[in-house]
Design a protein. Structure first.
Length: 440
């Protein structure tokens, strides 16, 4: 080993030893120079500590980022992220996702303005890439050889890609027969070791947490505090795109509640750094068939009860979310709202998002459906300015698109169905289709 290489290793080790996490429950602070997901003392969830937040400005968020890392929509915010050494960073230049505005979306929701930030434009087509780049980078920094997750699809696809990029082994546990073909194909294609569990996501995660507690396998589910540091950049980037004009409401789907927890952490960090002058309300929207957090919220945060999840929105088909503590903190911090919507409401909202040319997977559409419901209930005023998070690409679950548009409900097409037509191979038949299109 050369002198330069040795000095680099010593420098990297010193940086890793400066990585600190703090337990949300008991307040214990520990060095994160080993794989760590929960507090070893009490089992509580952890927050990454970001030093010198009070010295940050909006213009210095990228301080310390190399020209290469500035290409990433996560690592360009180097100064507000954990100080993982550059040589350990695993990036696919994630982030830098678009923010779409369309009057038809705002009109459907019944509010003044509704921007949709499309995290489905990430490298593996979901928001998971923002968290995975930081989680896998921390795994590499601490010398992990195997990274693992339980998943309903998007996490597995992202982990497989980032592990392949880092030349690390990936272990993925999925509920057998309950993952879309598109997401499973991504995971297989990127070379992960896929294990199908004869149970649901919650059982898969429980089993994996037992495995990673016993063996040197790095867990990258949303209990991992480093993964949430990457996901918090969604909000930072959104605020930059809005020229730091903070919206009234930020709405997002709620499954394992990682994003809800990450957004609260972002708001805490940005507030401590005095980079924002107001806190937006966070609206977390669950599917009615997978709504334990909604029910907990409705009970005044009393008597937590997991549920057996059942919803067409497979990305949020989770009955016992692991990031509950962080999500509860977020909703309380922001005077937020937790609500749920039916599968029909989700699919109708998805059809609206698809129809205006944006597109999303079913779980993403809970964002629009939830805001629309709250407006109709009088819980959000018509003058609300909102931003919603679309978490996955329309092709993540193409089977749902086909079912919505081609299958009948109670013997009739859905109101928003767009069915292909079959005509004779004649000009007159084609002209009639053209006329119908122009007047339709």
């Amino acid at each position: 080993m050369s002198l330069a290489q040795n000095e680099q290793m010593v420098s990297s080790r010193a940086t890793i030893e400066n990585l600190k996490v703090r337990c949300m429950v008991c307040g214990a602070v520990r060095t994160a120079d080993v794989p760590i997901s929960v507090c070893p003392t009490c089992g509580g969830l952890l927050d990454c500590l970001i030093p010198q937040l009070d010295q940050l400005t909006r213009s210095t968020l990228s301080a310390g980022a190399s020209d290469q890392l500035k290409q990433s929509g996560v690592w360009k915010y180097r100064a507000i992220l954990p100080a993982i050494p550059d040589d350990a960073v695993v990036t696919r230049f994630e982030g830098n996702t678009p923010l779409y505005f369309d009057d038809r979306i705002a009109d459907y929701a019944g509010i003044a303005s509704f921007g949709l930030k499309h995290e489905g434009q990430n490298p593996t087509a979901s928001f998971k890439d923002r968290g995975m780049t930081v989680g896998v980078s921390h795994a590499k920094a601490v010398g992990a050889k195997i990274v693992a997750c339980a998943s309903t699809g998007n996490t597995s696809a992202s982990l497989a890609s980032y592990a392949a990029t880092a030349r690390m082994a990936a272990l993925v546990l999925i509920p057998e027969g309950k993952i879309s073909a598109g997401k499973l194909s991504q995971t297989i294609a990127h070379g992960a070791h896929v294990v199908q569990i004869q149970g649901d996501f919650d059982q898969a995660l429980t089993l994996l947490r037992e495995l990673t507690a016993k063996y040197p396998v790095y867990l990258v589910n949303s209990v991992n505090p480093f993964r949430l540091e990457g996901q918090k950049t969604t909000l930072i980037e959104l605020f930059e795109q809005l020229d730091w004009q903070i919206p009234d409401v930020i709405a997002l789907p709620g499954g394992n509640l990682g994003n809800t927890g990450a957004f609260g952490k972002a708001l805490l960090d940005l507030s401590e750094a005095k980079l924002i002058d107001r806190i937006p309300r966070i609206v977390t929207v669950q599917a009615a068939g997978a709504s334990p957090f909604t029910q907990y919220y409705d009970r005044g945060y009393a008597d937590w009860r997991p549920v057996e999840a059942d919803t067409v929105a497979t990305a949020i088909k989770i009955g016992n979310p692991a990031s509950l503590g962080r999500a509860e903190r977020t909703i309380k911090l922001t005077d937020g709202v937790v609500t749920s919507v039916t599968d029909d409401e989700i699919l109708d909202a998805k059809a609206e998002i698809d129809r205006v040319g944006i597109g999303c997977e079913p779980a993403s559409a809970a964002t629009l459906a939830g805001v629309r419901k709250l407006v109709h209930q009088g819980l959000l005023p018509a003058e609300t300015i909102a931003a919603g998070i679309l978490t996955g690409h329309v092709l993540k679950d193409s089977e749902a698109v086909v079912r919505y548009h081609l299958e009948d409900v109670d013997g009739a097409p859905r109101a928003g169905a767009n069915r292909p037509v079959s005509v004779e191979a004649t000009m007159s038949a084609l002209e009639q289709v053209l006329a119908d299109a122009l007047h339709g």
